[in-house]
Design a protein around this ligand. Sequence first.
Ligand SMILES: [Mn+2]
Length: 426
Amino acid sequence: MITNTTIQESNQSILKSHQRNFNHLAENLESKGLDVNQIIQQIRNLKIAIPSWALGTGGTRFGRFPGGGEPGSLEEKIADVGLLRKLNPAADSISLHIPWDIPKDPKAVLQLLEREGLTIDSVNSNTFQDQPGQAHSYKFGSLCHSEEKVRKQAIEHNLHVVEYGKQLDAKTLTVWLADGSNFPGQQHFRNAFTNTLESLKEIYSGMPSDWTMLVEYKPYEPNFYSMVIPDWGTSHLLTQSLGTQAKVLVDLGHHLPNTNIEQIVARLLHVGSLGGFHFNGSMYGDDDLTTGSIKPYQLFLIFNELVDGSLDSSVLNPPVSYMIDASHNSKDPLEDLLQSLEAIQIAYTQALVLDRSKLKQAQENNEVSPCQTIIQDAFRTDVRSLVAEANRQAGGAIDPVGVFRMAQTREILIEKRGRLSQSTGL
Ligand SMILES: [Mn+2]
């Protein structure tokens, strides 16, 4: 498998051209008054959680085409994320899905995590499927359900998830509900909302005081007429009623086409309600494609708001969790995640090199064309060598996907785990 020596050898073989690109960029940025070493440190401080459910090939409702060598256990999933971290040190943690990732031996899992330099970032509950042997079905909803016994079961599941999370030192519970309706008249809107809020209150009160609950929204799918939590406003309403430990989670694929997500991000930051991100790429809906593969400009504009907010002392939003939530059926899942990690780092770095004082001045003077030029100058800056340098300095690869392929990682994984090894997930 990939060792530090493999990475160093690969880095050495492309070091000259890397340095040529980096020196050129660094010189340009320094001439604009930017501190390149400080930017490198900021890139190195950006940490991103890998979802356990993205380590295998994603399925659609039409079919699944597993590529082989997928991790079959939590231990193998940790090994895969450890591999990603070696190549790109930004990947420092894992989001788990319960019941897909129930730890059988939490102490051993913790030791394994430590050995790989990883932590568990968030535990996700799952009331969007029925599990074998489950007493009541979630066919007509979970936390929103019209019947109390179903809501109780869903609440208890979430509390179990918190217990599993505590065993693995997680500090975040992510709740995404598939609850909603397919037809007008099927569900009483106000009752469904009230039931959801009351259920979330019970889960919230069962959470340790140093935990955060992230409430994720989604406009449609799997329900197509209404979702109980369709938008950031509803998530915000719920978190406001729950308390300061509850925050909104923005999944980039959970908006109707052409929604101005960067403005939502700015609004949530402004009111201190932004808790986390699920990064992915989207063309139409919840496509879960590679982050930055479809709309890199949007990704940059989102990071522009995050960086802008982080520099404003009046913004009191707590630190935001950065997580990837993507999985699809045509790429090697690990290569896909490496590409997502790099895309996120690039967007962040472009936001860091933006001339913010110049932009502010142009905004205040209503100089519209300069505003556009300044913001696009940052977006069009090729910062790839800066990101690569930050990763190299942190012990990672200049070309993570290149090393992954050169080391024939997938072939080795298939040899070890088998061609038919399939990961748990959708
Ligand atoms: Mn998500």
